[in-house]
Design a protein around this ligand. Sequence first.
Ligand code: BDR
Ligand code: CA
Length: 306
Amino acid sequence: PTKIVIDCDPGIDDALAIALAHGSPALEIVGITTVGGNVSLERTTDNALRLREFLGFPEVPVTPGAAGAMMRSAIEAAHVHGTGGLGGAILPAPTLPVAPGHAADYIIETLRAAPGEITLVAIGPLTNIALAVLKEPRVVEWAREFAILGGTYTRGNRTPAAEFNIAADPEAAAIVFQAGWTVTQIGLDVSTTAQATGPIVERMREIGRLGTDLLIPCATFYGMVTADDGPAIHDACALAYLADPSLIVFEPAWVEVETAGRFTSGMTVIDFNLGGRVPNARVGTSIDVGRFWELALAAYERVNKG
Ligand code: BDR
Ligand code: CA
């Protein structure tokens, strides 16, 4: 399986993404790092600890990182994810502690120890990744792949121009896109099409305790579910892609992050016309939604059977 380190801010869709990763035979979670984002760092970390024990991978370290953006005050999305961050899901309190040290150092040391072997996937603001890259630029060479859920070339969700994970720390995102690797970018253009519609929620209901205690209270908290419409489970798209890269179509592009715009701060300015430039990203343009849900639901079944 592909070894992955997940940098996250759980977060409803982060929770569903982590569950998908744990249940995917193609993926092995070697570490989780947390960042302040959807809710405070304290809460995202506590949620990661709860998820680790509830989902059943107690041996995997959870290492907290940055509480907020590098150069601006922290923003949150508790109105989207609930004050606790996991919507209506109430998971048992964790019994195991966080790992010592900072997420950025964990990322550096873990990738240093296995160059070319570990994929780094970020599904929250990019602060920890930027800190790691600034402190040890060779992280870029050591990562097998670096993938994010973030950005958009159509419409934003935090602002008309900006997606939340980029808007939360645009300076960090700019550093990450300029770091010298080819970022696998999966943005809202892709993730908003992967919706938990009524029939999907029904299938989640058939998945025993994982369905009733986590998937449904998360997915349905997020927004209205109808027969052919429902909340997008953004972060799960990035993990599903790592489990099966054929799910998403990509185009090479040059991506800049706007850090100064009055209306456009946090916008990913995505140029598909490379004009001879070497791309700094592969940008997702579509996902096979049917196969995405088959993969996700099979992974959730596997977690439930434990
Ligand atoms: C992203 O923002 C967060 O609220 C979600 O967890 C996801 O990572 C979607 O824009
Ligand atoms: Ca997230």
